[in-house]
Design a protein around this ligand. Sequence first.
Ligand code: OGA
Ligand code: NI
Length: 339
Amino acid sequence: MEKLISIRSNIQTVPESYVLPPDRRPGKQDVPLCKTIPVIDLKGEHAHDKAELIQKIIKASQEFGFFQVINHGVPEELMRNALMVGAEFFDMPAEEKASFYSEDPKKSCRLYTSIDYVREKVHFWRDTFRHPCHPLEDHVKDWPEKPARYREVVGSYAVEVRKLGMWLLDLICEGIGLKPGYLGSGLSQVQLMALNHYPPCPDPSLTLGLPKHSDVNLITLLNQGEVNGLQVLKDERWLAVEPVTNVFVVNIGHMLQIISNGKLRSADHRVVTNTSVARTTVASFIFPSSDSLVEPARPLTNKGSPPRYKAFICKDFVSTYIADTHEGKPPLERYELDP
Ligand code: OGA
Ligand code: NI
């Protein structure tokens, strides 16, 4: 438990084990605030007809691997409450959280700092509390009883986010030439929620909250709150994703890139820290069930457009993703097929 960064109170300097080698440091850079990742209005007065909506989502998913949605149907208050209850969880005394702390990646409801803490050369300035949420009734009993409203808030939030996620997956299906529902059932059976917590850091130029990565799953819906920190790599340059109230930041994961046979792309992103305030975010990840066969969608492949990736079982992909990421290797490479 002492490995958690949030437990080490009152850190005045960045400990040696968190200092990145100079070429991987974010530095004292001035990353431009990005106003270009499209904010797409799903249901509000600027909402578009369905065809235009789909076209915007697909274009952003191809160009950035990221888009943002507004008027998405998840109530404002629930978005705020999920962030608050997440912050309250991390603010509780250590003994209240101790039963969730685990170094076993197989533990389903788990508080930890880095997937790879023991093996990684440098640590990152983030703690996370992660658990499955779908179907709710199978999981809610394993969630914390404190803060008192945790189960109620996170439960309602997870259900609403799932509706939005499934809707977006259907729009994406339609946009790339798959029937709505293609990504339903097994391919989107699992929903994980991660409460990410990035405490203030004495020197954000030396360390990262999360290193450069692309998400492994299908899509991620991030409620990033009001504090800056997320950056997206576009054309070799980092762009800061400016927080916008009541927006979900949505990104394409590796497995959707593969299912779309490369029509959509997952994009690298990272998190920087700041000196003044703790940043808590709520990330919802939609995954295939662990035994699902994942492959480029058959309706998208034919002689003229052969599969660009090998088929795999979801859980095996997650294992090689973790191993390759540790080695600094691009995790999709071993699944690529020659054209
Ligand atoms: C993640 C992630 C971004 C954030 O959890 O995979 O990229 O801002 N989080 O917390
Ligand atoms: Ni991510």
